[in-house]
Design a protein around this ligand. Sequence first.
Ligand SMILES: [Zn+2]
Length: 351
Amino acid sequence: MGDRVGLVYDPRFLEHETGFHPECPERLLWAVEKLGDLGLWDRCELVSPRLATPEEVALFHHPHYITRVEAFSRQGGGHFCLDTPGSAGTYRAALLAVGGVLRAIEASYTRQFEAVLCLVRPPGHHAGPTVGKGFCYFNNVAIGALWARRRFSVERTLILDWDVHHGDGTQDAFYADPGVVYFSWHQYPFYPYTGTWEEWGAGQGFGHTVNVPLPHGGTDQEYLLAYERLLVPLARAYRPQLILVSAGYDAHFADQLGDMDVTASGFWSLAARTRDLARELGAPLVLSLEGGYSQQGMAWGVAATVAALTGVSLEEREPFGPENTGVRPQVEVQIEASREKLSTIWGSSFA
Ligand SMILES: [Zn+2]
């Protein structure tokens, strides 16, 4: 269906209330407002999420954990764990976030859209089978990959994660699973302190986990260098049938939690490159919001992503720029060392 782009959004995502906390409902409104201002909202088609069933969530999470989240909301919320608050609306928003991703996968897999961006919350990539943390309850993307495997017999899913934090919940879910390649750029050392250059997966999944842990101050050019040198040849070797993106915008230079220097232009390039890769490989593409805590980063990052997916340039310029640009020598050395490692593991298919 050409280059139609779907956008999953629902005001019920705002009903996951967090009090005075960076993962606040306004995050979605900042993005939605900017999409409207730039005429990008009208370039997309709105996709309504559905509630995921507890059985679908249980593809990844233990049933007693799902019950615990439900009970937490039924009792009015509070602090689910130290860093992760919630409210009476949290459980329903979390089911909608999962269901939004599932609906997006279905819509892109059946070629109703070339790509779908899910503006959902709460985010998911830190959540494990029995644990919510890092502002996450249900792991939207991990459940999506497992659901696609069951629903559409997808054998190879590529998960990209450009959130500033390492997606430890997602990495752990598929660490020994050759049915998923997990590729993450993130700030390191930084929460959750996993995702080193040495974590490659295990067993049958060895070589299916790739981390690009960048020291603070990571730039557009560093993200894109890792994309071209590591991800593109890996994706061509792996031939994914589905591409999922944990799209966080907390690597934006204005973010108050992250300390990276990615710009709207950088997010535009990441999204455009991913759209091109999905086209080349014939893979459906679904992006799901993770973090992003500054108004500027959310507004401009999401707008840049939608612009890239819909094939337009971002004509308006961001009001401020980051301190750093270019590629630091030590980062280039690390990326080339990882490239060597990947070509050893994947052989001649990695080129
Ligand atoms: Zn994050």
